[in-house]
Design a protein around this ligand. Sequence first.
Ligand SMILES: C[S@@+](CC[C@H](N)C(=O)[O-])C[C@H]1O[C@@H](n2cnc3c(N)ncnc32)[C@H](O)[C@@H]1O
Length: 412
Amino acid sequence: MTQSPSAASDSIIQWEAGGQMHSLRWHSEAGNAAPKRVMAVDDQIPADVAYKLACEGTGLLWQGDYQNARQLLQAMGRRIDQARERNDVKKAKHRAKDEKRAATAAAAGAAAAATPAETGPALAFHKHRHLQAQRARILGMLMLPLEAGFQMTMRRAPDVAAACSEAYGEQMGAQPFAISMRELLGLVGAHEWRKKGVEIAALNERIHPYYGVYSPVRGEYIDLVAQAPLPSTELAFDIGVGTGVLSALLLQRGVKRVVAVDQDPRALACARDNLQRMKLLNKVELLEGDLFPPGKAPLIVCNPPWLPVRPSSPIEHAIYDPDSRMLLGFLNGLAEHLTPQGEGWLVMSDFAEHLGLRPRGMLQEAIAQAGLQVAGRHDIKPRHGKAADPDDPLHAARSAETTTLWRLKISK
Ligand SMILES: C[S@@+](CC[C@H](N)C(=O)[O-])C[C@H]1O[C@@H](n2cnc3c(N)ncnc32)[C@H](O)[C@@H]1O
């Protein structure tokens, strides 16, 4: 079954102020439940108190100056970092003690107490995600009230109406509601990216990503699709179209027609917008659906999410592929949708393998089991800043990562 990319959460929050109970609709695009306890707070609240309340799960409905709320959010973020640093120091001390004990035991002939699973890359990845989720939960407790029409009445508040209606749809603004300030800042950021766009060198164009749609900021995979030899220019299927970047590239390279599919209506709206800007929309059919469109094509391109991990919020469906559902669905359906001499182009990084999240060799095995063979592979190394940052918690896996375009054919 297709998992719905939009599973936002709506409910009611209640709080007491001036001896009266108040209530307001609560919305979370990330699908977070509303906090059970809510307090109205303003500029007077000390950051330590706000941080403590947020850690305990109390929602803080902001009634003060907007810019002060931003500062409070930053101050709460610093407290999360400080608490983590203290925790890391404590853990390092314990580790040093354990190592000393193990060394003494080893010297005395006992078995070494090494536990590689506790230090493996998969553990580092899960820990990293856990810490990110914890941070999101704590910071998500600072909430802002929006009036109808996505208006904010607090002092020094920016106009967020356009950003909100892009992310939530006009309808949502018919009534007042509260959201987390963190979510609001995220969609304001997405609105800026959408306006500005991402420069795609291989296209010589800018792609404008929508909120919640996979943004093609890692250009190297696009270069692979720009350079691989085309098996045909008659027709291509683009499975999981996202912003439309790969469809646009294939059309620019001379493919005459593209049928593009995505399960996320936001992605389809975004692809339509981008292809229209580039005057390519008349050559593309955009369909909402699960994996393949009907029929066969001589070229079928798919860039599925690269990590086989459960998304922790609906907007993560474009970056995580639970149980490799899209990857395996693509491989297993490919032979049925390719014309006899056709090629399936699978764009996939081996980051999951370096993290220990996908067994080495599983991809090649799945290719063979799907009745496919590899006609060629084109590799590229990541160019983004994190790949070269030794302080990144996932540095070992990032620095070893290779992105590959697998050219697949039906086995003879
Ligand atoms: C990693 S993004 C790639 C987007 C774009 N092709 C690119 O290369 O930038 C994967 C896309 O696949 C879509 N997707 C995920 N599962 C899908 C499915 N079963 N059927 C169709 N699209 C799917 C997601 O919504 C997302 O837009």
